[in-house]
Ligand binder design. Structure first.
Ligand code: FES
Length: 361
């Protein structure tokens, strides 16, 4: 076993690219690539970032993490060298994944970071290259890349190499169109196995749900399912939704179709698309009004804007991305007139309970 671990660790780069190649081949062989509606801009965003990450950002940040430790805690070099391999592997992966969970979650809850993470969510179809769609600066602050440098300094080089390969398998498979969990979805007798696996690891359905355009189909969970390798953090911090189906639509609502240069280099390059979050003229401001909206609703599912930023009140238009608030899904059974809250003060929201008469915005 020791020999295998040493061999794999010594060829970690080849394994990482081998995993990419494997999923790429599966996507090509099963026709996902030929059916792809990816634009040239999509391909630019994905390839520039993949190259920037592997050739520049990861080596630079890992080096800086290492050097920072050397400067701050020089006596701690190689303290983990004597740690058993499996303990080191678990330590590396758990800290790495915990850091990435919170960084990823912050990228959905803070507007400035959301704009760097947004390219990851403008993809309207999944695929292995979606893994690398970000603004180029997004990875500079990613704490788990710093953790790689720190862990190397502490003497964890071997578990780190193996950990990166295991992470790569989960990350690529959770973005890929080659969804291995579909095998279980079609075989009810095997579902108990999947139900155990998904409580530990991120499955394709779990992560595809995160890339859904909205949660209106009751499958998507774009403001949750933040985990990278393990689903334990989502379960611990209340952001997990397990679904055994795949979303009907991917992307972000009302995507203004920004040029790829704005996606990759914002704020150095801004978008010229009206209303885009990446444009200079973009205003992030409340659109709440006191008076409720009275309207006839047909039976069906709706998303009520709870954040107060939608330009299509009282319904969600996706403006809540970059805040901690998410829309409220509600269903209507009977066609008739409804009074929907627009002051965002009603306890019975989405329905008006006349709070606007007694409270102030
Ligand atoms: S725009 Fe979606 S909750 Fe307000």
């Amino acid at each position: 076993m020791e020999k295998i671990i040493t061999f794999v660790a010594a060829h970690d780069v080849a394994f990482v690219f081998g995993i990419l190649l494997f999923f790429g081949l599966v996507e090509a062989l099963f026709g996902y690539l030929s059916q792809s509606k990816r634009s040239k801009g999509d391909v630019w965003i994905e390839t520039i970032n993949a190259f920037a990450l592997f050739l520049f950002t990861k080596p630079l940040i890992t080096f800086l993490g290492y050097k920072t430790m050397q400067f701050l805690l020089p006596n701690q070099a190689n303290v983990l060298k004597t740690m058993p391999f499996w303990g080191g592997l678990l330590l590396f992966l758990l800290v790495d994944d915990f850091l990435q969970y919170w960084y990823h979650r912050s990228a959905h809850e803070y507007k400035w970071l959301w704009k760097w993470h947004r390219p990851h969510h403008t993809a309207t179809e999944m695929g292995l290259l979606v893994s690398y769609r970000q603004a180029v600066y997004y990875y500079l602050l990613m704490p788990n890349i710093w953790w790689m440098g720190i862990f190397t300094f502490l003497g964890g080089g071997l578990p780190l190499s193996i950990g990166l390969i295991l992470k790569q398998i989960i990350i690529i498979s959770s973005h890929s169109l080659a969804t291995w969990d579909s095998f279980f979805h079609k075989r009810p007798a095997l579902m108990p196995i999947l139900k155990v696996l998904e409580r530990i690891f991120i499955t394709p359905a779990f992560h595809h749900g995160h890339h859904a355009e909205s949660k209106i189909d009751n499958i998507g969970n774009p403001n949750g399912n933040y985990g990278n390798m393990f689903s334990i953090w989502d379960q611990l911090f209340g952001s997990a939704t397990f679904s055994h189906a795949f979303p009907t639509t991917y992307g972000i609502p009302n995507d203004p179709q920004d040029d790829w240069t704005a996606h990759v280099f914002y704020p150095l390059v801004t978008s010229d698309k009206a209303g885009s979050e990446l444009s200079k003229a973009y205003q992030f401001e409340k659109t709440t009004v006191l008076e409720p909206a009275t309207m006839v609703l047909e039976p069906g599912a709706y998303l009520y804007c709870a954040c107060g930023y939608s330009k299509n009140q009282p319904f969600c238009d996706g403006s809540h991305h970059g805040t901690k608030i998410q829309p409220v899904r509600f269903t209507i059974q009977k066609e008739r007139s409804y009074k929907l809250c627009q002051c965002k003060l009603c306890e019975k929201a989405p329905f008006c309970d006349n709070s606007h008469l007694t409270k102030s915005i």
